[in-house]
Design a protein around this ligand. Structure first.
Ligand code: PGA
Length: 244
């Protein structure tokens, strides 16, 4: 069985102006001989400039969403091909903020992932339970249903990454126990269409907890929000993943 690749992915969300590209440059120049993939997903306005800023380094650049359609009359939307044309290699899809704020269903996420694959992008497909779903003992049922509904036909380790992000852990400073993360990741691994798809954990990953999380057997990396905005913090998380 091929082993899943390690990936440290940063999600800048709706943060970042051109002046903040200095953080991407600092991350790129501070990276040693890391064996893991390093990805920053800035807002779409910065993709092209960030790709130029980190050119020649190991840092890859990605988008945070794409349209399901290829082109046409969809004001304000951005196609997967446009992201690729701007220098993106990956795109985050189905983040809980998009599922909640924009009513995105797993079926729509699967359509977007197919569009991403057709444009040659790696789709990072996010899933995770809410706090009430966890309290109600529904965590595994919820994430497995999202997994089954959000991955398109043809998803392989070459074109797809899955990120488990408990909604209640995002931006809150709270994380599940290591045993709870392990339980979900083991269950996801057993249900992937290709066992070598990388499984990321996301939700309040920081330099201080990254090493413990990366020591979990079926965790191949992290999707990092707040701590990806500063090169020093994200660089420390990359170093922890490299050492895992
Ligand atoms: P956080 O966000 O690291 O700020 O909790 C994670 C995410 O939403 O991907």
């Amino acid at each position: 069985m091929t082993k899943a690749c390690k990936l440290a992915a940063g999600n800048w969300k709706m943060n970042g102006l051109r002046a903040d590209l200095d953080e991407a440059r600092a991350l790129a120049s501070g990276l040693g001989q890391t064996s893991c993939g390093v990805l920053l997903c800035p807002p779409a306005t910065l993709i092209s400039a960030m790709a130029e800023a980190v050119a020649g380094s190991r840092v890859m650049v990605g988008g945070q969403d794409c349209a399901a359609q290829v082109s046409g009359a969809h004001t304000g939307d951005i196609s997967a091909q446009m992201l690729a044309d701007s220098g993106a290699r990956h795109v985050i899809l189905g983040h809980s903020e998009r599922r909640a704020d924009h009513g995105e269903s797993s079926a729509l996420v699967a359509e977007k992932a197919l569009a991403a694959h057709q444009a040659g992008l790696v789709a990072i497909i996010c899933l995770g339970e809410t706090e009430s779903e966890r309290d109600g003992g529904q965590t595994l049922a919820v994430v497995l249903e999202q997994l089954a509904g959000s991955l398109p036909q043809g998803a392989t380790s070459a074109n797809t990454v899955v990120a488990y992000e408990p909604v209640w852990a995002i931006g809150t400073g709270r994380t599940p126990t290591l045993a709870q993360i392990a339980e979900v990741h083991d269950s996801l691994r057993a249900n992937l269409p290709d066992a070598a798809i990388s499984l990321l954990y996301g939700g309040s990953v920081k330099p201080g907890n990254a090493a413990d999380i990366f020591a979990i057997a079926n965790v191949d990396g992290a999707l990092v929000g707040g701590a990806s905005l500063k090169a020093s913090d994200f660089g420390a998380i990359v170093a922890a993943l490299d050492a895992a």
